[in-house]
Design a protein around this ligand. Structure first.
Ligand SMILES: Nc1ncnc2c1ncn2[C@@H]1O[C@H](COP(=O)(O)OP(=O)(O)OP(=O)(O)O)[C@@H](O)[C@H]1O
Length: 255
């Protein structure tokens, strides 16, 4: 999905996301401990790590939803904190917990989100894409968990944003829904995607590059092939275990 990089006036590659030395400290804990990420336009970039590694905190800082203790973020050259209105028009975010107004219907939420963007997808098409056509008049609070999740993905993609952040994209969805959503993501031409996951099949299938995060730091990054080569393994899962010394699969049970 990586397309030819565009350049800015200095003829340097224009990065979709440029995060420099992000740190997030809570009272007794450093959740993110100096993470830098440079993601090219059109790239699908995976962030992989065990529970509590700092993945969500990192992407929330990139999205401008959580203030870093240290470090800077630029999205297509814009600061998500000071250029909030502009960033909102080019960024779509699916978070683990959807903070959506429960008494609005699916269609009302879709219309609301469409209003945030200059060139949104057709509403009916967006609902069909996530198989929510029959739920258009259903209130958000009355959706099943899987339907809520599919709606949050539809809302992240509805504006055809240049940068999309997806946190635990298909965790908990059935295999058919997962494959359908993967197909949708593979059809996004030119959009940059940050995908937080601990599902190896998803990351291997979708991501051009991956950062492995452990205890708030990047312990390795590269293409899935490079990570397997570095670790001397034949699967990304084994590479993760070799590099971090931790199992990913055990963690899913804690969710
Ligand atoms: N508001 C907060 N106050 C204190 N500690 C926090 C807060 N939010 C997150 N943390 C801690 O920061 C660490 C990183 O959390 P984060 O949610 O970013 O991890 P994660 O990699 O996304 O994990 P998961 O896979 O469970 O979602 C965890 O130890 C978590 O308990």
């Amino acid at each position: 999905m990586l397309e030819g990089m565009r350049t800015n006036s200095d003829q340097r590659p224009l990065l979709a996301v440029d995060a420099q030395h992000l740190v997030k400290r809570y009272k007794n804990k450093t959740a993110v401990d100096g993470i830098s990420l440079q993601i090219a336009v059109g790239e699908t970039f995976g962030i992989l790590g065990t529970n509590g590694a700092g993945k969500t905190t990192t992407v929330e800082m990139i999205a401008g939803l959580r203030k870093p203790s240290e470090g800077t973020v630029r999205i297509q050259g814009l600061d998500p904190f000071t250029d909030r209105a502009k960033v909102r028009q080019i960024l779509g975010v699916q978070l683990q917990q959807a903070y959506l107004h429960g008494s609005l219907t699916v269609r009302e939420l879709v219309d609301l989100y469409r209003s945030f963007y200059p060139n949104p997808r057709d509403a009916a098409e967006a609902l069909a894409m996530m198989e929510l056509t029959d739920q258009a008049k259903t209130k958000f609070d009355d959706l099943s968990g899987g339907q809520m999740q599919r709606l949050s993905i539809a809302l992240a993609l509805i504006g055809q944003p240049r940068v999309v952040i997806l946190d635990e994209l298909t965790t908990g969805l059935d295999p058919r829904a997962r494959r359908r959503i993967w197909g949708t993501l593979e059809s996004l031409a030119g959009q940059t995607v940050i995908l937080v996951s601990h599902a190896m099949d998803e990351v291997e299938r979708l991501c051009d590059r991956v950062a492995l995060i452990d205890a708030g730091r990047i312990v390795a990054q590269g293409t899935p092939g490079q990570l397997m080569e570095k670790a001397g393994t034949t699967t990304l899962e084994d590479a993760f275990v070799t590099i971090t010394g931790k199992e990913l699969t055990d963690q899913e049970e804690d969710d």
